[in-house]
Design a protein around this ligand. Sequence first.
Ligand SMILES: [Fe+2]
Length: 180
Amino acid sequence: MKHRLLALLPEFREIHDDTLRENVIACWLDAMNRGGWAPDDLGSIPFSLLIEDLDVSFLDHVRACAKLSAAIHDLLADHYGDRLALNRDHLIAGALIADVGKLLEYRPDAEKGAAKAEHGRYLRHPFSSVGLGWARNLPDEVLHIAAVHSKEGAGFKRSREAIIFHHADFIDFQLFGGGY
Ligand SMILES: [Fe+2]
């Protein structure tokens, strides 16, 4: 399962710290096991249940947001150098963990790919992502990115890395019709 997941989500390799990368991958494996998903399901889950006729999968969205986050980081690091301290590993790990809780918020559905799970009636994915990350000892800086990436984080002071991921996520979300 891990081998297939790495093939589908090569952005894990953008996390350079070995322990952090392995713990982020472990969160994904935990979530797939608990939610009853196989790696090849990830491309058939719509990334949002709030948008009708969506042709963007959960896997597309996670990868696009991780790539956007890395690109934004690299451009800013090149432009500002030492004037703007950013932790690239924390940013990429946060980007890859922020939506992993959707694998608990949703459940497999033969017709639509995914439907709201019972768990999702009580906890939206920013909470379940933090729970999964907490269980695998992810650093607070990474859990923070998951915790505040969506509307739950409005009004809370976001770290620089969380600001980058929040906007990367909303670019992809809103370009495909999402919005609140
Ligand atoms: Fe999200």
